[in-house]
Design a protein around this ligand. Structure first.
Ligand SMILES: [Fe+2]
Ligand SMILES: [Fe+2]
Length: 256
């Protein structure tokens, strides 16, 4: 099974000629050039800037993809505008947090809503954590990818660790400790590709479809978006687990 993992599109209808919109178009074209085609596309948040027009524009961009697309909200998104735009895709709930389970095989997907309106950092409330616990208990032997915009991972970058998943991360740790079928926790938000361990779980942060921030662990480097954006391509290999490729977008670097 192949999963294309995009994040942090930041589609903005108010700036139709912006680089971030052009990058989203190129990311979708890159997915379409893959052979074989991914079975699903997942998008781990900051898909727009919160306006219904952003989601309408993104829906137009996504219309060329033939595989199912599953998206969780990020801190730049508006929960209700996103729900209204994509409810007809059939996986989002009609009310409450935008949590969902997709019973794909050989792996299943669980989407979690970590959005706190008006805040940059993320949280998983009790309703969402109960949802996760019940979903994992319902299929304990099926490998599972969790999608959540804010990673629980502490990555060693002070400015990123201060805006990660805060409230709920301790209970998330407990739940993941009891459910070893979680193959990956897939996130975005940090605008930098990262991989790390959170209890039993491997947490993978996708690069943004915007420009990626500078490499390194030094303070202040997050101010510079100077590296190629991209997306991840995860392959589930029966008997082996997950292999992931980083797919840079074929675009130019920003000029200074
Ligand atoms: Fe973002
Ligand atoms: Fe974010």
């Amino acid at each position: 099974m192949l999963i294309a993992h995009l994040s942090d599109l930041h589609v903005c209808a108010r700036a139709p000629l912006s680089a971030t919109n052009a990058h989203t178009v190129e990311a979708i074209a890159s997915v379409l050039r893959l052979s074989p085609q991914p079975d699903v596309v997942v998008v781990t948040g900051d898909i727009g800037e919160g306006s219904p027009d952003d989601y309408a524009l993104l829906a137009r961009y996504l219309s060329s993809l033939r595989m199912p697309i599953y998206m969780v909200p990020g801190n730049h998104d508006d929960r209700e505008a996103m729900r209204a735009a994509f409810l007809d895709h059939g996986y989002l709930p009609a009310s409450g947090p935008l949590n969902f389970v997709v019973e794909t095989r050989p792996v299943r997907l669980i989407g979690l809503d970590s959005l706190i309106p008006g805040r940059v950092e993320g949280a998983l409330d009790d309703e969402t954590l109960d949802f996760l616990k019940e979903a994992l208990e319902a299929a304990a032997s099926v490998p599972t990818f969790i999608l959540v915009h804010h990673t629980p991972l502490r990555c060693g970058l002070e400015e990123k660790d201060s805006i990660r998943l805060f409230r709920g991360s301790e209970r998330l740790f407990e739940i993941l400790s009891r459910h070893r079928q979680v193959a990956r926790v897939l996130s975005g938000h940090h605008h930098r590709a990262l991989l790390g361990q959170f209890g039993n779980a491997v947490c993978q942060v996708a690069p943004p479809v915007r420009y990626q921030e500078a490499c390194g662990f030094g303070a202040g480097r997050a101010e510079a978006e100077v590296e190629l954006p991209g997306f991840l391509l995860h392959r589930w290999i029966e008997g082996a687990g997950v292999a992931t490729q980083h797919c840079p977008l074929k675009i130019g670097l920003p000029t200074a």
